[in-house]
Design a protein. Structure first.
Length: 702
C-alpha cells in the first residue's frame, strides 16, 4: 500500500504549498522545513518501495518495516488532507478575500485565523512533525539492518508459464480443443489467422495450447512440413547487435511463401507499436498459416491479425472434483476413497472452476489420510496454506504487477467487499476493467450490450485480502445476541466491511477502529442505530467512505458529529428515515458523493449545501416529502449526476432552487427533476442554458 501512498502524499505537499499561496496564508519557517523534510523522506522511500512490496512475500524482514511505513504514510496523507481542507474552508468562509491572512502555520499556532477562531496547540504542523518523525525512525531502522542495500533497484523477473504439462491429466477441455482445431484447419487458402485463448492465471491456457499442439501432431506436421529449419544466429550474444529491421528481415525470408504454425504462449505486451513490425512480417507466410496465442488480456487478443478469440471458462464442479481426486486419491485403496469422497467433493467446490486450484488442493489432500484433516481443509480458506501462496498466488502476482501502480490499489480495495459480491459497472469503471487482466469474471450484459455487473473469483478475492493484509477487514455478524463479542484483527485497519444478518447489529468493537478510511455495512434491515452512528462519527474522524446500505430505518437522525468528518468523500444514507441533515454537514467540503435516495421522510436539505463544492453525485430520488432544493445548490458546479432534484419551474424564487439556477451546472451528465408549479416559465427555461451542457446525455422530468 505504501508504494501507492507516496505519490499521493507528494502531490498533497505540492497542493498545500499552492493552496496556501493562493489564499494568502504565509507558512512559517518551521512548517516549510517540515514539508521539505517530509518531501525528502518520501522521495527516498519511493526509490525502493516498488521492489520491496514485491519481495515482502518472501522476506520477513521487509514485512517488519513495510507495515509501519504504510501506517505512517496513511497518517501523512491524512494530515496533509486536513491541512488543505482547512485552507479551503477559510476560502469558503471568505477569509483572504478582503485581506491577506497573516497567520503563521507553525509548530504551535495561536494566531487568530478568523473571527473568534483560534487554531488549537496540537495544530496541523505539529501533527505533520509527528508523522515525519515516524518516517525518520523507520529510516534509521532500515539503515541499521542494511535493507536498502539488500533490496537494490531491480524488479523481480516475471515468472514464466511452465511448458511441462501432463496431457493425460487435462480434464474438461475437449470442446475448446475442438474449437481451436476447427479454426486451425478451416479453409487452408485463407489469409493469416490468429486463434487467441484468453483467461485468468491458472485457468489452463498453456495446457490447452499444449493439448492442441501435441494431440493434433499430424495436423501440426501438415501445416509446418514445408517450413525450412531456421538456423540459429552465430553465437547467442550476437543477437543483441542485430537491429530490429534485420531480425524481422531474417524471419521474413525464412517464412516467405510457406505455411507456418506459431504458438505464442502467455503474451502480455499490448502496445501495438511493439507488434506492428512482427505482424507485417507474419503476413509474408503462405495462405493458411496460423498463430495460436494465449494471454490474460483481451487487449492483446484483439490486437492480433484476424483474431478468433476463445475465452477459457472455469471448469464445472464435477470436473474440478475429477482433477482434485486424481491427486488426492493417488495410491489410496477403494474403501478409503469411498470414505472421503463426499467431503472431497465439498472441498473441490472451493476451486470455483480453477484447474490450478484443483491441482493444488489435490496435492495438499494426498498427504492427509484422516477425515478430520480433510474437514480442517474444508473449514479453512485455502490462502491460509503456504502452498497456496507459493503456487496459486504466484500466477496472480503476474497479473497484479502488470497493472499500473494506481490500479493495483483499486484492485486491493476490492478486498473489502465480501466474496461473490456483484460489482456494478458504475463502481468499477470500464477503463479499469479494460486493464484488469481477468481479475473479474461472471459478468452480465445490460440492455445496450455493455458489461454492467461483475464478480471476482474466490481465489482472486483471497489474493486481494492477502495483499491488503490487516489494512482491510471483512467481519460477519450472524448470531443475534453475540454481536458485542466480535473482536477486530487490528484496530489500525483502514477499511472495514461488516456483513450483518437479519436481527443482528454492528459490533461495538468497531468503535475502537479510529483510523478507518472506509466503513461499509451490508446487512438486512436495521443493523445500525442512531447511537452507533454518533459514536462512529465522533471516533473515526478520518473516514472517507461511509455506506450504511439501504435498509436502515432505525437511523432517523444524523448527528452533528458528521461535521467532524472533514476527509469524507462518499456517504450513502439511502433508505434511512432522516428528515434532514444537520447544519454541520456544510463543513464537508471534500464530499463528492451524497446518496439520499429513498429517504422517504426527508423534508429539506441544509441551506448551506452550496458549500459542498466538490460534489459530483447528489441523489434524492423518491424523497416524496422533500419540499425544494435550497437556492445555494446553484453553486454545485462540479456535479455530474443530479438525481431527483426538486425545483421551481414557474418562477425564479428567492429561496428555493429554480429551473434557471441550473445555469452554471455545466458538467452535468445526468439530470432528473421534480418540477414544482403549474407551468414552465420560458424565461427560466432560457436561463438554464441547456445548450451549454455538452456532456448532458439524459434528462428525466417528473
Amino acid at each position: 500500500m505504501a508504494a501507492a501512498l507516496v505519490p499521493s502524499a507528494l502531490e498533497l505537499i505540492t497542493r498545500v504549498e499552492a493552496v496556501a499561496s493562493l489564499k494568502g496564508v504565509r507558512l512559517g519557517r518551521d512548517s516549510k522545513n517540515e514539508l521539505q523534510r517530509l518531501r525528502h523522506n518520501l522521495l527516498a522511500f519511493n526509490a525502493i518501495l516498488e521492489d520491496a512490496e514485491q519481495k515482502r512475500r518472501t522476506d520477513r524482514a521487509i514485512q517488519l518495516w513495510i507495515d509501519p511505513l504504510t501506517d505512517a504514510a496513511y497518517d501523512v496523507v491524512d494530515v496533509l488532507d486536513e491541512w488543505i481542507t482547512t485552507l479551503v474552508k477559510l476560502r469558503i468562509k471568505g477569509v483572504g478575500k478582503t485581506s491577506i491572512l497573516k497567520a503563521k502555520v507553525g509548530s504551535y499556532i495561536t494566531h487568530c485565523l478568523h473571527t473568534a477562531q483560534v487554531v488549537r496547540r496540537d495544530d496541523l504542523a505539529f501533527k505533520l512533525k509527528e508523522v515525519s518523525d515516524k518516517l525518520d525512525e523507520i529510516t534509521t531502522e532500515i539503515n541499521q539492518v542494511h535493507l536498502i542495500l539488500s533490496l537494490g533497484f531491480q524488479h523481480s523477473r516475471r515468472i514464466e508459464s511452465t511448458a511441462l504439462v501432463d496431457m493425460s491429466a487435462i480434464i474438461g477441455r475437449d470442446e475448446v480443443k475442438g474449437d481451436i482445431v476447427s479454426s486451425l484447419l478451416s479453409a487452408s487458402t485463407e489469409r493469416l489467422k490468429t486463434i487467441s485463448v484468453v483467461g485468468m492465471g491458472g485457468v489452463g491456457k498453456t495446457a490447452i495450447a499444449q493439448l492442441v499442439y501435441m494431440d493434433e501432431n499430424d495436423v501440426a506436421k501438415t501445416i509446418i512440413k514445408e517450413v525450412e529449419h531456421v538456423k540459429r544466429f552465430e553465437g547467442a550474444d550476437s543477437l543483441d547487435s542485430f537491429p530490429l529491421s534485420a531480425l524481422l528481415g531474417r524471419i521474413c525470408r525464412s517464412i516467405h511463401g510457406k505455411k507456418f504454425f506459431l504458438v505464442l504462449d502467455d503474451v502480455w505486451g499490448d502496445d501495438m507499436r511493439h507488434w506492428e513490425g512482427l505482424i507485417q512480417t507474419f503476413k509474408h507466410g503462405a495462405p493458411g498459416s496460423r498463430i495460436l496465442l494465449t494471454t490474460r488480456k483481451d487487449t492483446v487478443a484483439n490486437m492480433m491479425v484476424d483474431s478468433h478469440v476463445i475465452h477459457l471458462e472455469p471448469l464445472s464442479d464435477e470436473q474440478c472434483w475429477m482433477v482434485v481426486s486424481q491427486g488426492a486419491f493417488s495410491g489410496r485403496g477403494d474403501e478409503q476413497c469411498w470414505n472421503l469422497e463426499d467431503i472431497g467433493k465439498r472441498i473441490s467446490n472451493k476451486c470455483k472452476g480453477s484447474p490450478l486450484a484443483a491441482k493444488i488442493l489435490g496435492g495438499l489432500l494426498r498427504f492427509k489420510s484422516r477425515r478430520e484433516e480433510w474437514e480442517n481443509v474444508l473449514n479453512s480458506e485455502i490462502w491460509e496454506f503456504e502452498i497456496a501462496h507459493q503456487e496459486l498466488f504466484v500466477f496472480l502476482l503476474l497479473s497484479y504487477y502488470d497493472l499500473p501502480l494506481q490500479l493495483r490499489e483499486c484492485f486491493k480495495y476490492c478486498a473489502i467487499f465480501p466474496k461473490d459480491f456483484v460489482f456494478n459497472g458504475e463502481i468499477i469503471i470500464y477503463q479499469w476493467m479494460a486493464q484488469a487482466c481477468s481479475f473479474f469474471q461472471d459478468f452480465l450484459m445490460d440492455k445496450d450490450g455493455l458489461k454492467s455487473t461483475w464478480k471476482m473469483h474466490d481465489f482472486v478475492h483471497d489474493f486481494a485480502q492477502f495483499l491488503m493484509m490487516n489494512n482491510g477487514i471483512v467481519i460477519e455478524v450472524m448470531n443475534p445476541g453475540g454481536n458485542s463479542r466480535i473482536d477486530l484483527p487490528s484496530t489500525k485497519a483502514r477499511y472495514l466491511t461488516a456483513l450483518i444478518a437479519e436481527g443482528c447489529c454492528l459490533p461495538t468493537s468497531v468503535y475502537g477502529a479510529k483510523k478507518l478510511h472506509s466503513l461499509m455495512i451490508i446487512s438486512g434491515e436495521n443493523a445500525i442505530t442512531n447511537e452507533a452512528v454518533q459514536i462512529i462519527f465522533n471516533q473515526a474522524k478520518r473516514l472517507r467512505l461511509v455506506d450504511f446500505g439501504c435498509h436502515n430505518a432505525l437511523v432517523n437522525t444524523i448527528p452533528k458529529e458528521i461535521g467532524n468528518l472533514i476527509h469524507l468523500r462518499h456517504i450513502n444514507l439511502s433508505g434511512s428515515t432522516i428528515k434532514g441533515l444537520p447544519r454541520s454537514s456544510r463543513d464537508l467540503h471534500n464530499l463528492q458523493y451524497l446518496n439520499l435516495n429513498n429517504c422517504k421522510s426527508l423534508e429539506n436539505l441544509p441551506d448551506e449545501i452550496g458549500n459542498l463544492i466538490n460534489l459530483i453525485y447528489l441523489g434524492t430520488l423518491h424523497c416524496y416529502k422533500l419540499a425544494c432544493y435550497p437556492k445555494s445548490a446553484r453553486r454545485l458546479t462540479n456535479l455530474r449526476q443530479l438525481c431527483g432534484i426538486v425545483l421551481r419551474a414557474d418562477r425564479n424564487d428567492a429561496k428555493e432552487f429554480a429551473l434557471g439556477d441550473l445555469e452554471n451546472l455545466n458538467c452535468l451528465h445526468e439530470l432528473s427533476m421534480v418540477l414544482k408549479g403549474n407551468s414552465v416559465n420560458d424565461r427560466e427555461l432560457k436561463r438554464a442554458k441547456f445548450e451549454n451542457k455538452p456532456d448532458l446525455k439524459e434528462i428525466k422530468v417528473e
